[in-house]
Design a binder for this molecule. Structure first.
Ligand code: AMP
Ligand code: MG
Length: 430
């Protein structure tokens, strides 16, 4: 009698021979270079773009010494001579200046941000001063104890003329725009946005829309929306090519056309070696495959290659795997193609509030982690309680990824684990 075949759990096969996470990163780091051209854009359109030219300060910020508080400006050296009693000889508000020297031993009423009148170097806060009128002239009593230069912002204390403030490859954040604006620079040279074609594959997939009802066996296309949202955190222009059926010819033709007009094609689904998976075949026929089958979980079937000059990334169909692979690899690929400097996410050592009895060696696992506080002052992380890589809920509840290295096979509560907050991967926190 024929024996039933031993069950194979393909997910656990050959992790030793698969490309490891660190090797994938090394490969990407070495191979990917800037492909996009540059353009000059107005500063108001530059948020999130990658700088193509360094920015050097053409002047000091602040330009002039100025008051840090509302109060009275005086010359510190005069204090002893007048015993803290100053005649108030001028009034200077922000945006207005006094160009001539103040008469000796006088103070100026001054407001936050106003340039210090020439010769004055110290400001007393108005709350500490006593103004009064004597013989129809205004005076102020300034208390003792103020240090020379108190409450005065020095010219160049934020940025000195000639300093390199940002370098090519920096991604421009809101605070970088503030820095550039403060220099008086109103436009910047950045890399052009990357054209990315996005598509989902699967006979079962259905695009959600008002009035669209699923037939039994159908699955709504969640990945396109998730991936488009992730792409839009980066400087890209997305062409949404929709959902393709598991049809080898259709997939090949669509990818071939898209490769001609895009710098990157990003697909999800159909990237394994099943009979209904046509992505690998299409890539092999049209171009070269550089990666396939990674020693990671989730995300093993991720593939990467090129069709002519177009980078091709085939993500797994499972939403969790697609999400994790996007954050770990695709994001960095896109940034590198855009001239951005390589930046590894910061890992935070956090106490595990969970256990793993047995993990396969030779592969790296990225669990969805939820932060919590077990004892006051201690941060701990727990993993989402179910493992399925179709569970979109897990992505919503997680604060980041717990990274379990290849060699670790078990985790006890209280062990220190590496936690990568989503913010380190370019996502806003919850
Ligand atoms: P595949 O990678 O094509 O074998 O798909 C793996 C699993 O992911 C299957 O359960 C698919 O139904 C599911 N899946 C594939 N593409 C999507 C998508 N765009 N949205 C939601 N689920 C998907
Ligand atoms: Mg499929």
């Amino acid at each position: 009698m024929k024996q039933p075949r031993k069950l194979l759990n393909d997910c656990f096969l050959h992790d030793k021979d698969r490309l490891r996470h660190d090797d994938v990163l090394t490969l990407l780091r070495e191979r990917i270079s800037t492909v996009t051209g540059t353009e000059t854009v107005a500063l108001e359109a530059a948020c999130g773009r990658v700088l193509a030219q360094p920015i050097t300060a053409p002047r000091n910020v602040p330009l002039s010494d100025n008051a840090a508080v509302d109060g009275y400006a005086f010359r510190h050296a005069d204090f002893k001579e007048v015993g803290g009693w100053f005649e108030v000889a001028d009034r200077v508000a922000a945006g207005h200046i006094r160009t001539t020297k103040m008469p000796r031993q006088t103070a100026a009423r001054i407001f936050t941000g106003a340039a210090m009148p020439e010769g004055l170097d110290t400001v007393a806060m108005q709350e500490d001063c006593e103004p009064h009128i004597q013989n129809d002239r205004p005076y102020v009593a300034i208390p003792p104890g103020l240090k020379h230069g108190a409450n005065c912002r020095k010219s160049g204390e934020d940025v000195l003329e000639g300093t390199t403030v940002l370098v090519a490859g920096d991604s421009l954040r809101a605070q970088d725009l503030a820095a550039i604006a403060s220099l008086g620079v109103g436009e910047v040279m950045v890399y052009r946005k990357l054209k990315v074609a996005l598509l989902s594959t699967g006979d079962e997939l259905l695009r959600p829309a008002p009035g669209v009802a699923p037939q039994p066996g159908q699955v709504f296309d969640a990945n396109s929306f998730m991936l488009k949202g992730l792409l839009e955190t980066l400087p890209v222009v997305v062409t949404d090519l929709g959902v393709l059926a598991d049809d080898a010819k259709l997939i090949r033709e669509t990818i071939s056309t898209a490769a001609a007009g895009h710098v990157m094609i990003l697909t999800s689904g159909g990237a394994s070696r099943g009979e209904e998976d046509h992505i690998i075949t299409a890539l092999d026929e049209l171009g070269q495959r550089h990666l396939w089958q990674l020693a990671i979980k989730p995300g093993r079937p991720m593939t990467m290659g090129q069709i002519g000059n177009c980078v091709f990334v085939g993500l797994p169909g499972n939403p969790v795997a697609a999400f994790v692979c996007f954050l770990l690899y695709v994001r960095q690929i896109i940034l590198s193609l855009q001239g951005s400097a390589w930046r590894d996410p910061v890992r935070f050592p956090v106490k595990a509030a969970f256990a793993i009895g047995r993990k396969k060696p030779d592969r790296r696992e990225f669990l969805r982690g939820i932060l919590g506080r077990t004892e006051p002052g201690t941060l701990s992380v727990t993993k989402f309680d179910r493992d399925g890589s179709g569970l979109i809920t897990s992505l919503r509840e997680a604060d980041g990824l717990i990274e379990i290295p290849e060699a670790v096979t078990r985790i006890e509560p209280g062990d220190t684990v590496s936690f990568i907050p989503f913010s380190e991967l370019g996502l806003p926190s919850r």
